[in-house]
Design a protein around this ligand. Sequence first.
Ligand code: ACM
Length: 532
Amino acid sequence: MKTNGFIIIIAVAILAYLFFEPITATGSYSKTTNIIPKPVSVENHDGFFVFKPSTRVIAEKDAKTEALKLIDALAPAMGYKLKLASKARPKARAIKLAIDSQISQLGDEGYILDVSAKQILIRARQPAGLFYGIQTLLQLLPASIFSKSEVNDIKWKLPCLKITDYPRFQWRGLLIDPARHFIPVNDVKKFLDGMAMHKFNRLQVHLTDNIGWRIEIKKYPNLTKLASNRDRSGGNGGFYSQEEIRELVRYAQQRHITIVPEIEMPYHAGAAINAYPYIGINPARVEGMPLDKRWAVLGGLAAPRPKTVGFMQDVLAEVIELFPSRFIHIGGDEANLKLWENDPEMQAQMKQLGCKDAHELHSWFIKQMDAFLTENNRRLLGWDEILQGGLAPGATVMSWRGIQGGITAARAGHDVVMAPTSHTYFDYRQAPAERGLSSNVINLEKVYSYEPLPPELSNEQARHVLGGQAQLWGELIPDQNRREYMAYPRACALIETLWSQKQLKNYENFITRLRHHLKRLQTMGINYRQLD
Ligand code: ACM
């Protein structure tokens, strides 16, 4: 009896040795995870999961699409492409991805990542959760996993652990501005890659402004023929064809990012007015001018007459065909309303509509867009000036001039995205000696300290705060290198505010993780500002 027992123990030990990798290897691996944004919970266990070319990825149905993304993400650096299968071979190591409707408490973006020596299991209720689980998995590997060519001297393995994770906010956004300086399609794609690895899920694209119009609208060809061919540096500008827009939307969707188009009105509409003077104030005056003299006339402010409403709704009709985003941003900021107050036609228009001032005319115009978008099953999003003169019934407010606009809108039961100049204007400088659009300095620690929920709001009102967004306005951002420098690592700090649990935030701990994380950015070829 005793001898048999001893033999069984030895046999089990030998089998265990054959089936599992020895767990003594350490190398450059440590049990410290350096994940950004910090997950909700990490439980460390003993041992490692070791990748082999024979490792199978197991996924069914909806999980398959995400599994292929994992395989594609691992292949360049590992130098081999793992095989996808729908069933595991008994006893073989496998990475399993599964849609699991039972884990609904983690929401549509949450996931559980379970790593044991034999199996990696990622479970989520929706494909987005699996995608975020994959992003976390990649960050558990050495930074060189982000290399685009094979890395030979590394044994790829993951520490055994269990991570349970889900986002704090549903709107985790960044804004880019091809209107001021055009951004080529491939640069937008690379920017989306960087966002995806950080679990951002909204990219607002400022497609139109006084200086340029960057989206093809079939009904109004002069928008691209005339209004797209300049930029802030005196360059040729550019625009996205509808085909290119579809390609970008698809590329973003594959990364679970929604592109939110911004079509500016009534102000910041100078490029459109120059191409179609009949939407501007005093059209006769502009129409009589040569094209190159029209720029910047009448302050880029459209005139809210019915023909202008029709024009902008036509534009939005094509925009909603191209962009599946539920939210369509119509700008609404910074209008110099004196231009309407001083114009006889607009004075008559106010009188006819019963507007007591120009704010109410502004509000009337925005309400026409709100009604149109609502009819088409979309929601209007606008900068906080749309509160003046009365907020449109379906509007969501993006609060940029501080947080008061957001507080007012949330109290009135409207949804809100927080994007205040104080913490989220990434076109502002990172140190006093740098260039920036304002003299204000927004450094990494300032961004990290940001809290999107104002204490003034009750729990019920705070539910209207969908999340936050950082702005990379393009006036002083002529190229991708500069854009990345302004975005990183501040975006790493912002995402920790938007994804991670508030009580887990700690700046020193963030900086420790960031030092590792910057190696990932470097491997991906993303420019960033060095830490001070
Ligand atoms: C803005 O910065 N004008 C929204």
